[in-house]
Ligand binder design. Structure first.
Ligand SMILES: Cc1cc2nc3c(=O)[nH]c(=O)nc-3n(C[C@H](O)[C@H](O)[C@H](O)COP(=O)(O)O)c2cc1C
Length: 267
């Protein structure tokens, strides 16, 4: 076939396209286990930090040592709507994101509750109980919701009173660098510590403020400082916290926990 033949040009283009697509597919498939392992490790790191179990020598901790700490946590799956532990699902293998996309295991969020703009969510969630001398010291909840451009994923740890925030983290987001990504700044996340979700009347008051929080203001204990130039993302955070700790989120589970505190072996 002559080099000037249009058929030859098409064949060459098709062959190159085919070879390249095979290479990309092979790379994607073969790298998938590494990506998954990285994701699991990344989340484990965040959860161990929130559990307040990160040793002081964390920078020299091997992956295995960190995973060992993570695996010692009391992980449980809960049925969000029934507000109780779901003993038939394995917390190690349960994947909340997969469940959210599975019509058998998800639920549509009624518009009046959907402040986090999720559309639907998993009926189940993995929570992590942190024990201290026979009592629950912290409970770590997964949270997510819409920011400005992306879904923001994080964890929020509540203290034993089930109202005071022990710590927060956002481990995945796709907001604009320098603007919405400020939600990942450790110094901003540290400001959440000690803030409360509900007031004495049971009203969910927590929010990201519109400016700096005046420490002596009446609402200071429910508010975290605004993020400069990122009000849209910050509002997304307020909304996702309000969704997940509201009536359609973890409130039934928290009500049940207040009535019947969990037992260590109750897994
Ligand atoms: C290209 C571009 C990207 C932006 N990305 C974000 C973002 O990720 N998060 C956010 O809250 N605001 C973002 N903004 C700014 C918002 O449009 C809005 O101005 C801002 O949230 C208001 O915050 P402020 O009240 O603190 O000024 C972006 C704006 C532009 C032009």
């Amino acid at each position: 076939m002559s080099n000037d033949s249009p058929l030859k040009a098409i064949l060459v283009v098709l062959t190159v396209a085919l070879v390249c697509s095979i290479m990309v597919s092979v790379a994607a498939v073969s790298l998938r286990p590494y990506q998954l392992a990285h994701q699991i490790f990344n989340q484990a790191q965040h959860i161990v930090k929130l559990a307040d179990l990160m040793p002081t020598n964390a920078e020299v901790l091997s992956k295995k040592e960190l995973m060992d700490i993570f695996l010692q946590l009391d992980a449980r799956v809960i049925d969000i709507d029934a507000g109780r532990f779901e003993k038939n699902l394995n917390p190690v293998t349960f994947d909340q994101r997969n469940a959210a996309a599975d019509p058998e295991r998800n639920i549509t969020i009624p518009a009046e509750y959907d402040v986090a703009r999720l559309g639907h969510r998993s009926r189940f969630a993995s929570v992590y109980l942190v024990w201290d001398e026979g009592r629950v010291k912290r409970i770590i909840f997964p949270i997510h919701g819409q920011g400005m451009w992306s879904t923001l994923y994080g964890y929020l740890a509540l203290q034993a009173d089930l109202n005071t925030i022990a710590a927060v983290t956002f481990y995945e987001q796709g907001e604009t660098p320098g603007l919405g990504t400020q939600i990942q700044l450790p110094e901003w996340q540290a400001k959440w510590q000690g803030r409360q979700l509900w007031d004495e009347t049971g009203e969910l008051r927590f929010r990201i403020a519109t400016g700096s929080v005046a420490p002596d203001s009446a609402t200071a204990r429910y508010e975290v400082d605004a993020l400069s130039g990122a009000t849209v993302t910050a509002n997304g955070i307020t909304n996702l916290v309000r969704y997940w700790f509201g009536e359609h989120g973890f409130q039934p589970f928290l009500t049940q926990l207040r009535e019947t505190p969990p037992a260590r072996a109750d897994n």
